[in-house]
Write a protein that binds this ligand. Structure first.
Ligand code: DC
Length: 226
């Protein structure tokens, strides 16, 4: 039997930071579901299939089976590791080209169905903190606890900017980053399949004025009570 705690919310609301801290505090594994959507987008871009895919000319199930036959995934306390053709993917998944197309890829029903089944299989036998957009609403509706984080768009853009600078060593303009975040929010919330929304029974936390440690403390107060 596996236990699952879900954390959902829009881009840069603090999900990943909280998920990491919580996984460490509880000693559970981390499922960063956004990485899988980024990964599928990356393979389509890398292998020049994105146009075909967006024009509905690609057999997406066949494509995903082929890609995942060459993929290994490890869930550990610090991160979800994805190895494609024996190479660990890291900064590749955060590239701007990936971010510009990921919402379109993740709106496709066949992609979501495939990844939902894949992630359910993946967590079997482990205790997992699952972080994403539809973890509590669709993938793990029976999770022990569901959290939903929000934060003002300005604060989220600033966090994303800092992240991009630190991790990718890139200087993207604040306006550009904010535009990308707001556009992804709009697409993620308005898509027909598994839109970003507060799952039933979720505890909502606004992280705008909170430090990561504050958020962890609040979340642990619920988890320890339960
Ligand atoms: O959390 P992230 O920024 O790494 O997610 C990247 C994209 O993947 C996000 O814009 C929407 C999509 N996504 C999704 O549709 N469902 C999830 N459970 C996680 C991410």
């Amino acid at each position: 039997m596996s236990r699952v705690i879900t954390i959902d919310g829009p881009a840069s609301s603090g999900k990943t930071t909280l998920a990491r801290l919580l996984a460490k505090a509880l000693g559970w594994s981390l499922l960063e579901s956004g990485k899988f959507y980024r990964f599928v987008t990356y393979t389509l871009l890398e292998e020049k299939q994105i146009e075909k895919f967006l024009n509905n000319e690609l057999d997406i199930k066949e494509w995903l089976c082929k890609v995942f036959n060459n993929t290994q995934v490890k869930l550990n306390v610090n991160e979800t590791e994805i190895f494609y053709k024996n190479k660990k993917l890291e900064e590749e998944l955060r590239r701007k080209e990936v971010e510009d197309s990921v919402s379109k890829v993740s709106a496709v029903k066949e992609v979501r169905e495939f990844l939902t089944d894949y992630m359910r299989e993946l967590v079997k036998g482990s205790d997992v903190i699952a972080e994403g957009r539809d973890m509590g609403s669709v993938v793990f509706p029976f999770a022990e606890f569901k959290f939903f984080l929000t934060a003002d768009p300005e604060v989220r853009a600033k966090r994303r900017l800092r992240d991009v600078k630190e991790v990718l060593k890139e200087d993207r303009g604040e306006e550009e980053v904010k535009k990308n975040i707001l556009e992804r929010d709009r697409l993620d919330s308005s898509r027909k399949v598994a839109p970003l929304k507060v799952p039933e029974g979720a505890i909502v936390i606004d992280t705008t004025n909170l430090t990561p440690e504050d958020v962890l403390k609040e979340v642990l107060s619920f988890v320890k009570k339960g």
